[in-house]
Design a protein around this ligand. Structure first.
Ligand code: PMP
Length: 445
């Protein structure tokens, strides 16, 4: 029967033991643990270059994790690296405004016109957290509506039915969040306008905002059904609620812009409607810490020093992150970048689907341009229930078998595979062959 050789990773094993002594759970973000894929030591990486990284034992991996999204140019992209070095030479933090921030704000605004005004912060979590505060300040209301399985970072309000990290770990919401806060959040199923209408009927006049990932990246890649976002915006507005798009994953993922500016994915176009506020992060930092939020002028003017909603940051808009972000967006603005990501991912999708068929493995692949998700099931995945109702043990086996062959995926059945500009056709071919061997082992079991 087919078999795949297990790699030895004595350094990762030893480092994990050591890390457990000092760092809670041995990891600085729970999604990095292997808890959802059978446990044990995660792989400790030492170096990344382009589409690859190497672990502490010298094993090479093709990287589809892309650091959960930001590394769309691959590791150590020369222009980004040069920008970071230049920034470091000039001092990485001033605590004063800089011209770079204006340049970057202009770049982002011209790609995403719903942003009359922006503010840079340090993470997606902060960006989302602040959009909620601003929406509450603007409307004078307290509640928010979110969608089951959408993850919006780890601030109190959005860590309810929050998706990938928490649901992978089997924690529906976090300890330490008072019921009084959780009770301000209403969760409804994604792609379900009736449920949204019902929630707004009941609580509408208390709802400050409806928060949504316009294209979901946190229970696999899931498109809004045609008309869903239009219906969502119309419903929210008819109740006087704001619409917040969390574009932390989606901005600059599928094209040079955000989901809200993309008219190439479906009809009616996603670009037919605009949110009131938008949260950004990941790709816009070029691999350094960043977040940003922005939106309509009159709403953003609620923020201090102009208005009564307070938000601040010692590290916010630091020259290193901003320089990396500018270099990253400049590289992404080159012609053909996104079409190539799309083509590589299409090839990968086709190869994975064919290999799964050949070995009788039930596999649903959701692909949106250069991002895809693999679900071990024989039904479509269009909402969180369907994403949960997939075979986690199959995924765990697949994850391990791919890892042993030098293909690194995220250790969760809910996370996407991200294509980078550094991946080559040879990498895709190698990945498809590895998947074929993995499926063959899985079907023989
Ligand atoms: N929103 C979305 C849609 C995300 O996917 C994430 C992170 N995976 C966040 C917000 C939080 O971003 P960060 O981890 O930078 O705080």
């Amino acid at each position: 029967s087919p078999s795949i050789q297990t790699k030895n990773r004595p350094r990762s094993e030893a480092l994990y033991k050591e890390a457990l002594q000092h760092i809670v759970g041995g990891v600085n973000s729970p999604s990095r643990s292997f808890k959802a894929v059978g446990g044990g030591a995660p792989v400790f990486m030492k170096r990344g270059q382009g589409a690859y990284f190497w672990d502490e034992d010298g094993n090479r991996y093709i990287d589809y994790l892309a650091a959960y999204g930001p590394i769309i140019l691959g590791h150590g992209h020369p222009q980004v690296t040069a920008a970071i070095c230049r920034a470091a030479e000039n001092g990485t933090l001033y605590g004063t405004p800089t011209e770079l921030e204006i340049e970057f704000a202009r770049m982002i605004k011209s790609a995403i016109p719903s942003l009359d005004k922006v503010r840079f912060v340090n993470s997606g979590t902060e960006a989302v957290m602040t959009t909620i505060r601003v929406a509450r300040a603007y409307t004078g209301r307290n509640k928010i509506i979110k969608f089951a399985g959408c993850y919006h970072g780890h601030s109190d309000l959005v860590l309810v039915a929050a998706g990938s990290g928490p649901s992978t770990l089997g924690i529906p919401d976090s300890a330490g969040i008072p019921m009084s806060i959780a009770s301000e959040v209403i969760t409804v199923p994604f792609n379900n306008l009736e449920a949204l209408h019902a929630a707004l009927e009941r609580w509408g006049e208390d709802v400050a905002a409806v928060m949504v990932e316009p294209i979901v990246g946190n229970f696999g890649m899931v498109m809004p059904k045609p008309g869903f976002l239009e219906g969502l915006c119309a419903a929210a507005r008819s109740h006087g609620s704001l619409v917040i798009y969390d574009e932390v994953i989606t901005a600059f993922r599928f094209h040079y812009g955000a989901a809200q500016t993309f008219d190439g994915l479906q009809a009616p176009s996603l670009a037919a409607i605009e949110p009131d506020l938008t949260a950004l992060g990941k790709i816009i930092g070029g691999g350094l810490p960043i977040g940003a939020y922005g939106g309509r002028k009159d709403i953003m003017e609620q923020v201090a020093p102009l208005g009564p909603a307070y938000q601040a940051g010692t590290m916010a808009g630091n020259p290193a992150s901003i320089s990396a972000g500018i270099a990253c967006l400049q590289a992404l603005a080159e012609p053909g970048v996104y079409d190539r990501l799309d083509q590589l991912a299409a090839r990968l999708e086709a190869g994975l689907a064919e290999a799964a068929r050949e070995h009788g493995i039930a596999l649903t692949i959701n692909r949106i341009r250069g991002a895809l998700s693999t679900h071990f099931c024989d039904h479509p995945v269009t909402d969180y229930d369907e994403a949960q109702n997939t075979d986690g043990e199959q995924f765990a086996r697949f994850f391990r078998l791919m890892l042993e062959q030098g293909i690194c995926l995220a250790p969760s059945k809910y996370e996407a595979w991200f294509m980078t500009t550094a991946h080559t056709e040879a990498d895709i071919a190698e990945t498809i062959e590895a998947a074929g061997r993995a499926f063959s082992v899985m079907s023989a079991a």
